[in-house]
Design a binder for this molecule. Structure first.
Ligand SMILES: [Zn+2]
Ligand SMILES: [Zn+2]
Length: 381
């Protein structure tokens, strides 16, 4: 979804750091007072005026912008090959298969497992999810989960990396090539990532991300069609790398933009995440975003009992039968119904019998993050 924390991030963080985390207006006031106390006799000091805080202005990170221009330009070239039927039949199947299969690495892996700990997975499943996730090319799982935790905790504030209040374009892709707000940099440091630091699969992927990117994001998708069914190398590159990569990327971006803007709010009308069927279909169950922001620990990321619009839940349940996924957290239907009645916009259409009846998690579970419980208790609608 975006590059790693870059030098310019760090630069922005340095400015913030130098001030020991104080807000900018406090820094300016302090500088002002220091100047006055050191004997300055200007009217400025006499009047006790303070310098107005400098508003944050994002700068373009040119390498990231060029990367986005390249992959989106490459998407168009790949699309041209596809619509003019210059690609071989198996290349269509391979590309479609990769988009769907590797997307599970994002939804069941980086999102529901590594960002939210909404279920637990044994190492063979974690390895499989990491393999699929890496093929998507959306940064390493640690960085992805790190930003996603910040997004949930500080949703739609200056500290939200893709704050939808800054507009559709920023939430969709602008945040990827603009310097982050100093609040994002500061809050990233406050997020506990110790669970992922203890996961060797996560840390290995982070450590060897660049060679893995070359091998699994470009090499494997491009060389398989070239070697196995004689696809032209150029067609394989623009279709199976840039077209495929950018398709998956934009589906993920839709969750940050569309699913924060266009839809209904059955569970909390006071927040901007919404339920959006189109995003749910494209992102294999990640479009039920109003529910997800209210109950982020639910491994289903929705209330649906049906797998039709939530393929990822079907995938996790399937591996739960094998014993590779376990401790799936859910929310009791009566809690959901109560919350919807209290805070929703009245559009909850599911009756409780369609919600999962085998809920294994809810209030009183020791795994509930304390801040989540506090947030629910504090909720005023
Ligand atoms: Zn989430
Ligand atoms: Zn969100």
């Amino acid at each position: 979804m975006a590059p790693n924390v870059s030098d310019s991030d760090r630069a922005a963080g340095t400015v913030w750091q130098r001030a020991k985390g104080r807000p900018q207006d406090t820094i300016n006031d302090q500088n002002n007072n220091d100047a006055c106390q050191s004997g300055s006799s200007s009217n400025h000091c006499d009047q006790g005026a303070s310098v107005p805080p400098t508003p944050f202005r994002a700068r373009i990170r040119w390498p990231d912008l060029f990367a986005q221009l390249f992959v989106h330009g490459g998407f168009l070239i790949g699309l041209y090959y596809l619509v003019t039927f210059q690609a071989k039949f198996y290349t269509y199947l391979w590309t479609l298969g990769l988009v769907w299969a590797t997307g599970i690495g994002i939804t069941a892996g980086a999102h529901r497992l590594w960002s939210h700990k909404s279920y637990k997975a044994r190492w063979p499943l974690r390895l499989l999810l990491m393999f699929l996730f890496t093929i998507c090319g959306q940064r390493d799982a640690y960085t992805w989960a790190h930003d996603h935790r910040v997004h949930h905790k500080y949703s739609e504030t200056d500290a939200d990396p893709h704050n939808a209040k800054r507009g559709f374009f920023f939430a969709h892709v602008g945040w990827v090539f603009l310097t982050p707000h100093p609040e994002v940099v500061a809050k990233r440091k406050a997020i506990d990532m110790s669970d992922l630091e203890a996961d060797p699969i996560v840390m290995l992927q982070r450590r060897y991300y660049l060679p893995l990117f070359a091998l699994l994001v470009i090499g494997l998708p491009v060389l398989v069609p070239w070697y196995w069914w004689g696809e032209q190398l150029a067609v394989a590159f623009w279709v199976c790398f840039t077209f495929r990569f950018t398709t998956t990327l934009n589906i993920a971006f839709f969750v940050n933009s569309v699913a924060h803007m266009f839809g209904n709010k059955p569970y909390d009308r006071s927040i901007s995440p919404v339920e959006n069927l189109a995003v749910a279909i494209a992102a294999m169950g990640e479009g039920w975003h109003n529910y997800h922001h209210v109950f982020p620990w639910d491994y289903k990321t929705s209330e649906l009992g049906s797998y039709l619009f939530n393929v990822t839940t079907g995938f996790i349940d399937c591996f739960a039968r094998l014993g590779w996924a376990y401790d799936r957290k859910s929310v009791p239907p009566e809690v959901v119904a109560r919350r919807a009645a209290k805070c929703g916009d009245g559009t909850r259409f599911l009756s409780d019998e369609y919600a999962h009846q085998d809920a294994v998690w809810g209030y009183g579970d020791q795994d509930i993050p304390k801040e989540d419980v506090d947030a629910i208790v504090r909720t005023q609608c």
